[in-house]
Design a protein. Structure first.
Length: 231
């Protein structure tokens, strides 16, 4: 079974939890794309959903599938958000943001009654940090903000590096929100709650890719089937 087949399997495991009339948050990334496809298939079967996309890419995909879309301004409380993750611990702490959409993803997820995570088994870890931690920062004063982040990491005894995310053609990566991302290569994060709180307190930091106590369930696919982890 390929990784893509496992992602599809995880997405399909959510379908029995969906009811017509639900207000859904649609995640971003290679795994979330499969869930958006599932929602589109249910729409064609006669289901009725109202959905909020977490990125411009997801919005385009949803529009191509004729999925009814709205905004949090019109629907500030959603029933369920389904999204992928770059790392998932047994406590359901997450690192997200490999696709660069974590700010909108976190806003949508925390505006939902529940968040479900879908992933293949490669995303399951005992401790966060092997995947670089994305931090979205404002373009204004970005160098000063990055220096404050570096000082914080030193004070917290983290060893690693910080670098601005670039595009494939070596241009500065700009998020849908007009900000940039710095990726923190830490190796391991001993206290994600503490690190997230300290990073969020730095002026210029919009948000981090740490999702602490946000996900309610994780559906993790492997060749053996789909494992469900609940918090």
């Amino acid at each position: 079974m390929t990784a893509d087949q496992m992602k599809r399997q995880a997405a399909e495991a959510i379908v029995p939890h969906l009811k017509t009339g639900m207000k859904l948050g649609l995640g971003t990334g290679s795994t979330a794309r499969h869930f958006v496809d599932c929602v589109g298939e249910l729409i064609r079967k006669g289901y009725n959903f109202t959905c909020v996309p977490t990125s411009e890419a997801t919005k385009k995909q949803a529009e191509s599938l004729n999925i009814p879309l709205t905004t949090l301004e019109k629907e500030p409380v959603l029933d369920l958000t389904v999204d992928g993750a770059d790392e998932i611990t047994p406590e359901l702490h997450l690192i997200k943001g490999g696709g660069g959409a974590m700010l909108r993803e976190k806003i949508v997820a925390t505006s939902s009654k529940q968040m479900f995570v879908i992933a293949d088994e490669s995303k399951k870890v005992k401790q966060l940090g092997a995947f670089p931690l994305p931090v979205e920062i404002a373009l204004f004063g970005s160098r000063a903000t990055a220096m404050k982040i570096e000082r914080l990491l030193i004070n917290l005894k983290y060893q690693g590096s910080i670098g601005a995310r670039m595009t494939k053609d070596n241009k500065l990566y700009i998020t849908d929100n007009g900000n940039m991302i710095v990726d923190l290569k830490l190796g391991r994060i001993d206290d994600p709650v503490k690190l997230d709180a300290y990073l969020a307190s730095i002026p210029g930091v919009m948000d981090t890719g740490l999702f602490i106590n946000v996900a309610r369930k994780a559906f993790i696919a492997s060749p053996r089937g789909v494992e469900i982890i609940s918090r």
